[in-house]
Ligand binder design. Sequence first.
Ligand code: ADP
Ligand code: ASP
Ligand code: MG
Length: 828
Amino acid sequence: MSTTSKPLGKPLLVQKFGGTSLADLKGFDASAKVIAQYVDDYRVIVVLSAVKGVTDLLLAAIDTSVAGQDGGEHLEEAIRRERAIVSDLASGGFETPQATSYLDEQEAVLSRMVEGIRLLGQCPDETRARILATGEGFASRLMVDVLQARGYDALWSDTDVLPPANEDWLDSLVDVEAAAPLVKARLGERDSQVVVLPGFYGRNADNKIQLMGRNGTDYTAACMAAASGAGLCQIWKDVDGFFTADPRIVTNARCLDEVSYEEAMELTYYGANVISAKALMPLAAKDIPCQVRNTYDPSKPGTLVHGKATRAETVRGISHLHGVSTITLQGGFLRGRVGTAQRVMGALAKVSVSTLLIVHSSSEYSLSFCVRQADEEKAVRALREEFHFELLHGLLEDINVLSDRAVVSLVGEGMKHARGIAARFLTAISTAGVNVEVIAQGSTEFSISVVVRGEDARPAARSCHTAFFGRSTHIDVILLGCGNVGGELLDQFQRQEEALAAHHMDLRVRAIASSGKLLVADDMIDLSDWRGAMERDGKPWTLDDLLAIRMRLGLLSPTIVDCTTDAGIAHAYVRFLDAGFNIVAANKKANTSGFDYYRALREAEKRNFRKFLYETNVAAGLPFIDTLQSLIRSGDELVTFEGILSGSLSMIFGLLQDGIPLSQAVAKAMELGYTEPDPRDDLSGMDVARKLLIIAREVGLRLELDDIAVEPVVPIGAVEHVERSELIDALAAQDAAFAERCAAAAAEGKVLRYVARLEDGQCRVSIEAVDRAGPLGAIRDGENALVIHSRYYQPIPMVLRGYGAGASVTAAGVFGDLLKTVWRPLDN
Ligand code: ADP
Ligand code: ASP
Ligand code: MG
């Protein structure tokens, strides 16, 4: 730590500190500490950005003044931020002679310049460069003050040692070869432990400032490393290193140990704000390894960007870039025409607009490319000029522009050797409910990019991250209805917790709604006490509250589990699908309402890439709907369906067969809990009719509930006006008739059953006398049976039988549907 150790002879190290490391005194202190750690072993060259936000403020001061307004406020704010750090240091007893005199001198000059710009209504690039560079000018001087105050031997140097290679005032390149002797000479002159330089600009032969582009300090550092012959370059930031995705957006992004120069280039080119793409060129050319590290946590190793990075198995990272516009040229004229793309590029180059990606449709009918939105107007003007003739004569349709777009990219050298990456990428994007507008894959196969609407970039990036890096599959549940079935479902979730975790499934109940209360948890509801929590924290709710949950909690593809019998909720399914939810319904109302709604639901499902599953609508947990769908999809055709679809009627007709009178059979079924609270709901046959309607629609019949012929168990008139308490007595009037029908059937070796039948496109639910030995004859005691006679299943039909009602089997069926909603990512 002594100030006297001779620096010469030590290896050179270039350290760059970005704006996020220089936001306040804490940042300067942390950065100075980092520098101090290296002075014993290295000759340190420090390159600094401006204080966080200062460049943006200076830019705002200029642009506001160009527009003829007072830019002085922005300038004052920039200087206020800088002075705040100085005064914090002063109150700690530290002096800042170099920074203070620089600021005093610049403040007056800058305010005169900004005023001049306002008067002129324009700002020449040269002046713009001169103003913007002062942010770095200040920060670098302040760092020298801080280091000197701490007893280090630090000296300031200008970046006049980095001569520009071209005449671009705002985005120039450095002539590294010409810089090398200048840099070495300067290091000789500044015979100190640490040399501190401002980043972002160089000086030309006339000593005028030329900028190196936004985020140009990385480039300054890289050029210093290349020109000085340093063996290592470090980029110090407020993040641990290069992450698999922007950690602000993707909370479970991981820090990478290493990336290749090319991968870093692709990631940063498309928005990963880690190291500027431009800076990677001089580093890669001289094979200088570069560490990206965290100023605020220097114990972490960070990410090494170098030429020997082991190849990622497939994908290294995901980036997204906002503020992009897609421009499309379209027209027959493009077909087979040589040189159109060249003309486009030429026109754009003339106005210094570069394209981010370019795609030519295979029919050669259209040519799409992306530019930064800031360049959109310039680009369109240049293209209109270039293609004036073609536009005038209709050879080219209009030039189409889509603004507020974003590019989402997948990057990794390993992609070249792996198959199915693009498919996974696109599936993940569609899972997020995002529409892809343009797809581009470079022939190097280092990256695949898609263009999406700006607001879709975040969900798309998150979904892709889960698909490629997620270790677990998320299942987010919003449970509506927590009575019998819903309550049982919550118990089943708890019982299955460990088993699911073992399969990397992360099931979280995010919200529970009863008819009166809605409980929403930011993370997940603790299922061991959901009743208590509902009681304590549940709030009255509306449908809009439910619809808002997905956005509010930032969920990708959550599922509404409807265990109610509510028609209002069933009629909101389309809205739920449109809002990005899957739906698992035990509630039959949606599938049995009008056919138009039935269709609308299927369309919403497709349009939103979501799932609507309702296995328990028919025969509870028995896997009938799924089976039927698979049969039909694989080309089988239903000839006849017959079934016993009501547990209560299965019980009642079984008892009738044993000689028990109808009224007693109903009473017994009620007692055993097999019927609805009012058994007339079962006896009417309507519940069975609804299930048959669902089955009929499943095989493609466009039927309404009215189209089903229903013979109720007892004539409606006979029980309609009876009090519930007198129902059994009223039914007794039917006992004799039933006994007679039963005896007549028995005489023919048959039994009575309440059957749902679909035959020749006709649906009917009624009492039938069926063969005792046939598939329905054996069904009783609450069991259900579903019999499929099809092209393939004949003469012996396919039969599914088992309990078709009850909380546990229904909840299990719902659970099964829920697991089918997740698209399981492959392991990366
Ligand atoms: P500085 O100016 O200090 O260099 P920037 O503000 O330019 O810092 O960039 C730092 C930010 O970049 C981080 O805070 C981080 O949120 C963001 N970022 C975006 N993509 C990535 C990524 N893939 N890995 C790490 N950080 C990223
Ligand atoms: N201060 C400049 C900018 O904000 C350069 C940099 O930070 O790298 O673009
Ligand atoms: Mg920066």
